[in-house]
Design a protein around this ligand. Sequence first.
Ligand code: ADP
Ligand code: MG
Length: 339
Amino acid sequence: MPKIHVLEKHVAELIAAGEVVERPASVAKELVENTVDAGATAVTVEIKHGGIPFLRVTDNGCGMVRKDVPLAFLRHATSKVQGKEDLAGIHTLGFRGEALASIAAVSHVELLTRTANDLAGTRYLISGGDEEGCEDAGCAQGTTFVVRDLFYNTPARMKFLKKDVTEGNAVSGVVDHEALAHPEIAFRFLRDGKETLHTPGDNKLKNAIFAVYSREFTQGLLPVRYELNGVKVWGYISKPVASRPNRSMQNFFFNGRYVRSRTAMVAMEEAFKGSLMVGRFPACVLHIQLAFSAVDVNVHPSKMEIRFMNERPVFEAVYHGVKTALQKEDTPSILKLQP
Ligand code: ADP
Ligand code: MG
């Protein structure tokens, strides 16, 4: 019989980190979500070589006070959830308190942060989960995370990474989604020194879409604005003539969170039925807002899936919202001109 023993803390940390940090894109997602929760209005994401040796996220959000900095890197340490009642209505993107612990377990992290009330900022270093320094630093209000040499201590995970280009594209996709989720924030993305995305942050979804996709795509969009049974749906869908060969440009955001939702996808495609040829798919950037208590976001550590207390109102709001937008488009312009 093999003997049972409790895993050494460092080993347990590496295992837990594996659930949250799969690749550079997961690091980018967690760090950007934190900037949103911190109330930032401008966020810059920079990567070198796909984000593996270097990934930096800078925000102008609330920053952290010195005594909170080491705590932020402890597992299950969060400023966003107090008690179990809070889990029933999560309104922040983060809530698990394990992203920073996970990232720091598998990389070298340098953090610079300052709140509006502090004169001096803090520079904090942590590598493989071990604190390596904490000192005064001059810096702007907000927070900068630099993550270097991701998976330097987990060669097994490192082996599964794809080519730099592929990993870089995945990071780019994460920033695109966050930019579409938060048109009120100005996002910049720099890849090997070259700026590939810059959204205005003027709270106009169409301008964010224009920055993320092409002018041509933006021109082929129909607005959606609908509310049914407490579920609000707004955003844009592609005109049937501007359909796509796959679903890669279907974006659904629930309460500001990018998620893969089969319910929303099926509802939208059902509304498009009869308007599209077989093998063609609609594109969309649709925001769906419903009571925080009506969704469970605590399904998986990656927070990419959610569960609804009741699927039906979500399905119906998306279906009728899209259908109404398509019908408006169908109305001949002669009718539209009549008073
Ligand atoms: P969670 O987001 O689930 O709370 P994280 O591990 O991602 O857990 O972050 C831990 C804590 O660190 C957060 O609750 C927050 O208080 C603080 N924090 C992280 N990133 C930032 C940031 N960019 N600006 C201000 N505070 C931050
Ligand atoms: Mg977080």
